[in-house]
Design a protein around this ligand. Structure first.
Ligand code: PMP
Length: 457
């Protein structure tokens, strides 16, 4: 078949494809940007226009686009073996090597086993199934409930969906799974309790404790949370929060699941979000940055507590897994990607370039009347836009303020994601200071432009 021409591609855009997280009518009117090439922290559209990839694909392209080392590793694997099953007594080298590497990388957190999947949502489901089966093996089958945070995002499968803390992500698909409960998230900028971060951490940890007491601790399997909340609005908890959560979980014997799908592998300036807070969870959930999005992959890691429950039991089958888990190409990509992450110390680059980014955004906040809050760690940064800085009043959905600013940034060669008037900045971790300067200059101009338009009404 002849290569389809650019004209057809443009004409068919959003005509035959139902898009994720989109209103089909809106997207048909305002068609998605067609990305054709990627190089480092840059991407190019179908007309050859260059953009800084401020969203890092979907906060997953940590090592950058078009990395030769990763492409060569995938190609070499493809020439050897494109697929083999991990079910029923077979396996392959890349999965074995990757499991060893992941256990080594998470030694500080005490992970001893890796279970693979094809992405974040599945990795979350694996974590929940492991937690439930763990309690059955431990002789406490009534421990089945899950607790999560308001504004949490744990993917789109029914388990993770039932734990999600943003109603808009859940409502169209109700009824959800029974046995899921949510508690307050330590959102420093907006909460009904206090402006003091340390106090807020204590209050939220106490509310978690009370919810567990209310449900009866011996019915709760696990607490699941993101070390820094992502899709729910980029919420960085106070430093005290996670250590307190670990204490509350330990007090009640509850498993702690860290959903590190975004925070894993350097994004926050630390190798893992859990490490940033100095906490060892029982289960760590990975995807995205594990191989920078070259081939879909997820991993669910767990510690000796869970491993031993399975090993000590007789016939403790884990009856879970799917065809493409630990796909050889995905594992080969992960091995090459993690080599880059470690050798180039991308976590350190994220910390220093991210610090510079925050400084520049904080300065921008001073002169921009609609920048309510700037927050982040490493290269996981949120900029919350508000109608009124003093009252923190949000824009109405009719204003489309964030969407318009984000569109103007795009027109000027910078991609930043807007979620409910919070800009999500999550570029590749190889980003340079010069690219930060360009991003901030473009955002600054777009905000000034939209502020004038908004004032005129
Ligand atoms: N957990 C978190 C914290 C996420 O941010 C995401 C996706 N953004 C998921 C789970 C789901 O991952 P996936 O989209 O790969 O299924």
């Amino acid at each position: 078949m002849d290569r389809i021409n650019t004209k057809d591609i443009k004409a068919w855009n959003a005509e035959y494809m139902f898009h994720p997280f989109a209103d089909p009518n809106a997207i048909a009117k305002d068609k998605p940007l067609i990305i054709e090439e990627g190089r480092g922290a840059l991407v190019f559209d179908i007309d050859g226009k260059e953009y800084i990839d401020g969203q890092g694909g979907l906060w997953n392209v940590n090592a950058g686009h078009g990395r030769k080392e990763i492409i060569e590793a995938i190609t070499a694997q493809l020439n050897k073996l494109q697929y083999y099953s991990l079910f029923g007594g077979t396996t392959h080298g890349p999965a074995i090597e990757l499991s060893k590497l992941l256990v080594d990388l998470t030694a500080q957190e005490g992970m001893t086993q890796a279970f693979f999947s094809t992405g974040g949502s599945e990795a979350v489901e694996s974590a929940m199934k492991l937690a439930r089966q763990y309690w059955k093996l431990a002789g406490k089958p009534e421990r089945t409930k899950f607790i999560s945070l308001h504004r949490a995002y744990h993917g789109v499968a029914f388990g993770g969906l039932s734990a999600n803390g943003t109603p808009a992500f859940r409502q169209a698909f109700e009824p959800l799974m029974p046995g899921f409960f949510r508690t307050e998230t330590p959102y420093v900028y907006r909460n009904p309790f206090t402006d003091d971060p340390a106090e807020l951490a204590h209050i939220c940890a106490t509310l978690l404790d009370r919810l567990i007491e209310d449900q009866s601790p011996n019915t709760v399997a696990a607490f699941i949370a993101e070390p820094i909340q992502g899709a729910g609005g980029l919420i960085v908890p106070p430093a005290e929060f996670w250590p307190l959560v670990r204490k509350v979980c330990d007090k009640h014997g509850i498993l702690l699941i860290a959903d590190e799908v975004v925070t894993g592998f350097g994004r926050t300036g630390s190798m893992f979000g859990s490490r940033l807070w100095g906490v060892a969870p029982d289960i760590m959930v990975f995807a995205k940055g594990i191989n920078s999005g070259y081939v879909p992959l997820g991993a669910t890691m767990f510690n000796a507590r869970i491993e031993q429950a399975f090993r000590k039991a007789e016939n403790a089958w884990f009856m879970h897994g799917n065809t493409y888990l630990a796909h050889p190409l995905a594992c080969a990509a992960a091995l090459a990607n993690l080599d880059i992450v470690v050798k180039e110390d991308l976590a350190a680059n994220a910390a220093s370039v991210g610090g510079y980014f925050l400084d520049r955004l904080n300065a921008m906040q001073q002169r921009q009347p609609h920048v309510g809050d700037v927050r982040g760690k490493g290269l996981m940064i949120g900029v919350e836009l508000v109608a009124d800085k003093k009252t923190k009043a949000a824009f109405t959905s009719d204003d489309q303020f964030g969407a318009k600013v984000s569109k103007r940034c795009r027109d000027h060669g910078v991609l930043v994601r807007n979620i409910y008037d919070t800009f999500i900045i999550s570029p590749p971790l190889i980003l340079t200071r010069a690219q930060v300067d360009r991003m901030v200059d473009v955002m600054d101009e777009a905000l000034t432009f939209q502020t004038r338009a908004y004032a005129k009404g």
